[in-house]
Design a protein around this ligand. Structure first.
Ligand SMILES: C[S@@+](CC[C@H](N)C(=O)[O-])C[C@H]1O[C@@H](n2cnc3c(N)ncnc32)[C@H](O)[C@@H]1O
Length: 365
């Protein structure tokens, strides 16, 4: 079921005047270098043909008329995003991570739709662009709020369900079926009380059992549990899941050292910012994201060879970051000018010109 459109006149979607011009549009609607697959068009029409993602980097509507098609306020964003979010949920087969970039209010408006489609909120990261973002541009005599120098990048995961249940409740239910007292789970794992406390907790203190622990629990249950209900901890009713299969149900995350959820990072500047034309100093896209932040999130949540989706390509920053890290990328951009400029970054990177890929991220801790 999709969320009904908000019952009021739709917000305008006419974007701010676009600054970018290209002399010639890219000659095809598709660009690929084997690793990145970039499409000119509506991502909704392409998702079905893309490889299953491990990571999705969403940087779409902000409700600020930031580009042609963006809404003019956050109230229309849930409706704007819902078909995409539904398609992402349908595409994920085991587990995946979503990095959802937006303004604070934009993210708040869309959060219920993400939850509704099975995306579990993990944390909210704040990109603090620092005072450099507003330097010289604030009239304190007229401004009616503190100057905003942040964006958020909310972290979600799509977790698999077994027989319609979350892994947490499935584990609890499977143990219950064995007829064994819960404390025996500690014995299964060879610990005093940690297994019950961590892996069978019914609330937010629940931990995903590491694969070797899962194996111990499943072995014990199948050896000592009520013979009538066997196999236990099985997906297909034929045999228990193996430790390796269990491991694949866990979403990847490796926290880099020294990073918190506040990312102190100057706004894009100088050569890292793609320009509107070769001769111009005007920026090509108002929403270009820093490659270093994108790389950090993609690296933390995927392995080399994994697939990253960038549904709202712009200049394809996430796809560029993904391919620099040895991941595969699938992306789409509606606007042929942005598409052409985005493709040119890959062409430049292939010819050894790294200027579009410089990074200036220096964590402050
Ligand atoms: C916020 S910008 C993304 C900027 C990008 N992260 C970057 O670093 O360049 C959003 C882009 O998504 C594009 N877009 C909006 N809806 C789209 C859709 N359904 N399919 C493909 N692109 C879309 C817009 O044209 C816009 O360029």
């Amino acid at each position: 079921m999709t969320t009904p459109a908000i019952k009021r006149a739709s917000a305008s979607t006419v974007g701010r005047a676009k600054q970018a011009r290209v002399e010639q549009l890219y000659s095809s609607n598709v660009f690929t270098n084997g690793q990145a697959h970039l499409y000119c068009g509506d991502s909704l029409e392409h998702y079905a043909a893309w490889e299953t993602p491990s990571v999705i980097v969403s940087d779409g509507g902000y409700g600020v008329l930031g580009f042609e098609g963006d809404t003019s306020d956050h109230l229309d964003l849930p409706h704007w995003y819902e078909p995409h979010i539904a398609a992402w949920s349908a595409a994920v087969t085991t587990t995946a991570t979503l990095w959802f970039w937006n303004s604070e209010i934009g993210w708040a408006a869309v959060h219920p739709i993400l939850e509704k489609h099975g995306w579990r909120y993990v944390s909210c990261n704040v990109w603090n662009k620092t005072k450099a973002h507003i330097a010289g541009n604030v009239n304190t005599a007229t401004i009616r709020h503190f100057p905003v120098v942040t964006e958020v990048c909310a972290h979600y995961v799509k977790e698999p369900r077994i027989s319609g249940q979350t892994l947490q409740s499935w584990l609890i239910q499977e143990w219950k079926r064995t007829g064994l007292p819960l404390r025996k789970a500690n014995e299964a794992c060879g610990v005093r009380d940690a297994a019950v406390r961590k892996y069978f907790d019914k609330g937010h203190l629940w931990y995903f059992p590491p694969p070797e622990r899962f194996q111990q629990i499943a072995n014990y249950a199948n050896e000592f549990g009520d013979p009538v209900g066997r196999p236990y901890f099985s997906r297909d009713g034929q045999r228990p899941l193996t430790a390796a299969e269990w491991a694949r149900l866990r979403t990847a995350f490796r926290c880099p050292h020294g990073i918190t959820n506040v990312w102190e990072r100057f706004p894009l500047k100088g050569k890292e910012r793609v320009k509107a034309t070769r001769a111009s100093e005007r920026v090509a896209h108002l929403n270009q994201k820093p490659l270093d932040l994108l790389e950090m999130t993609i690296q933390a949540s995927s392995e080399a060879g994994d697939v990253v989706w960038e549904p709202f390509g712009g200049l394809f920053s996430a796809s560029l970051a993904a391919t620099r890290l040895g991941r595969k990328a699938y992306a789409a951009e509606l606007d042929p000018t942005y598409f052409t400029l985005g493709v040119s970054r890959f062409v430049a990177a292939a010819s050894g010109d790294c200027s579009a890929a410089r990074s200036g991220f220096e964590p402050e801790i």
